[in-house]
Design a protein around this ligand. Structure first.
Ligand code: HEM
Length: 403
């Protein structure tokens, strides 16, 4: 458990988020050690210094406290070149509300049911060639491509545009990690240009605002007025990137977990109705976001530390979801864990992930189709990991044995 809380600013670094050569287990070992030593708040001097909420209660306190924490100033660590306000993540309520009202309409259960056959077709068509090859990299050949196919369907884009977005956003995320501000700016500009192209097509064409999210944003009215054009652009630009990043890294994590647990593979092959529960526990164990952030609006005490006005604080979901104070034996996979509903892999409150139903469906279908078509898969080499701010795999070599 944590040391007795002392209010004050720690001088020493608790941890270094930019460690080269992370393995599949090393970040979680480090977070485990940090939680045991410091409780729910750690401190880093990297990226100009920041607090890191690593405990469950601390992350939950920050994300549900919109009076004391804002997303407007800095919503990711590291902070990178400012290229525009992008709703909904960059806005606080009440400005935030109108964008979520439109976005939420596109993630209802009937919408998800209508999308499901297309998501399954994408999974099946991407998996088919892998079954012929046997030696595969499930990240490069599947996890990096699948979200682009799904997103194309969800967002009414052609697959080529969606794959371009995936490719540019991948390079963009890499440039953020190494603080290459010039490249971040120029790739962000490319993503804005793609978003503008999507909007221009909707303005010129005949798109139903009930069926197309971009058209829905264009048709929305607030006090009788359309939403500002720059904000619609920012919102489309935000959606096209967020919809691609987390599903990619997370998919590879599931394949690594199952490689290391052949018994679970057998259980899920024998009874696929257990797959949703397995996905849920993996979302808890392998939550991909560790660098989303808020900024304190005023001095606040959190986990025994005084956070000063304007201090940035990272929301380390990756660590919070293994906090032993909430999830006993939190480092272990437990199918049907009694309090699994408490996990916060998709956040909570105002900015909680609208894409959660789609993400869950993508993961379930991936496992249903991959498990049904194989007799087993095993790791054929070390997974390569993304570095902060995402947590998860970039490359996972597998021996993928068809059924
Ligand atoms: C495994 C997949 C995913 C995970 C784990 C995930 C996780 C999250 C988390 C933790 C947040 C909250 C961030 C914060 O508190 O600052 C978030 C926000 C968001 N996510 Fe996801 N996400 C996933 C997939 C998706 C998909 C597929 C989409 C869209 C198609 C999406 C769209 C968004 C958007 C737009 C926000 C911002 C919401 C707001 O500010 O109101 N996400 N996501």
């Amino acid at each position: 458990m944590s040391a007795a809380p002392t209010i004050g600013r720690r001088d020493a670094d608790d941890f270094d988020p930019v460690r080269p050569g992370e393995t599949f287990t090393s970040a979680h070992e480090e977070f485990h050690r940090l939680r045991a030593r410091h409780g729910g708040i750690a401190r880093s001097q990297e990226y100009e210094g920041f607090w890191a909420a690593i405990g469950y209660d601390e992350v939950l306190s920050v994300i549900t406290d919109i009076e004391n924490f804002t997303t407007r100033k800095q919503n990711a660590i590291p902070k990178f070149a400012f290229t525009g306000v992008r709703p909904p993540l960059h806005l606080d309520p009440p400005e935030h509300t109108e964008y979520r009202r439109v976005i939420n309409r596109f993630f209802t259960p009937p919408r998800m049911r209508a999308l499901e056959p297309h998501v399954r077709d994408a999974a099946v068509s991407l998996l088919a060639p892998l079954l012929e090859e046997r030696a595969i990299d499930v990240c490069k050949q599947y996890a990096h491509r699948f979200p682009a196919f799904v997103f194309a369907e969800f967002f009414n884009l052609d697959v080529a545009t969606s794959e371009l977005i995936k490719q540019v956003s991948g390079t963009y995320v890499d440039a953020i990690q190494v603080l290459d501000h010039e490249t971040v700016k120029s790739l962000s500009g490319e993503l804005y240009a793609i978003a503008q192209g999507i909007i221009d097509e909707r303005v010129a064409g005949d798109y139903d605002p009930e069926e197309d999210l971009t058209a829905g944003l264009l048709a929305a009215r607030h006090d009788g007025e359309p939403l500002p054009a720059a904000m619609i652009l920012g919102c489309v630009r935000q959606l096209i990137v967020t919809g691609m990043v987390a599903p990619s890294v997370f998919t590879g994590n599931m394949f690594v977990h199952l490689s290391r647990d052949p018994e679970l593979q057998r259980t899920l092959r024998a009874d696929p109705t257990l797959i949703p529960a397995a996905v849920e526990e993996m979302l808890r164990l392998y939550s991909p976001y560790r660098g989303m952030a808020r900024t304190a609006r005023r001095d606040v005490v959190l986990g025994g530390q005084r956070i000063r006005e304007d201090d940035p604080i990272a929301l380390v979901y990756t660590s919070a979801n293994r906090d032993e104070r909430v999830f006993p034996d939190g480092e272990r996979f437990i199918l049907n864990r009694p309090n699994i509903g408490k996990h916060i892999a998709f956040g909570r409150g105002t900015h909680s992930c609208p894409g959660a139903p789609l993400a869950r469906m993508m993961m379930r279908i991936t496992l249903e189709e991959a498990l049904a078509r194989t007799s087993e898969w095993t790791l054929a080499g070390e997974p390569e990991m993304a570095i902060w701010a995402e947590w998860g795999t970039r490359s996972v070599p597998l021996d993928f044995v068809r059924a």
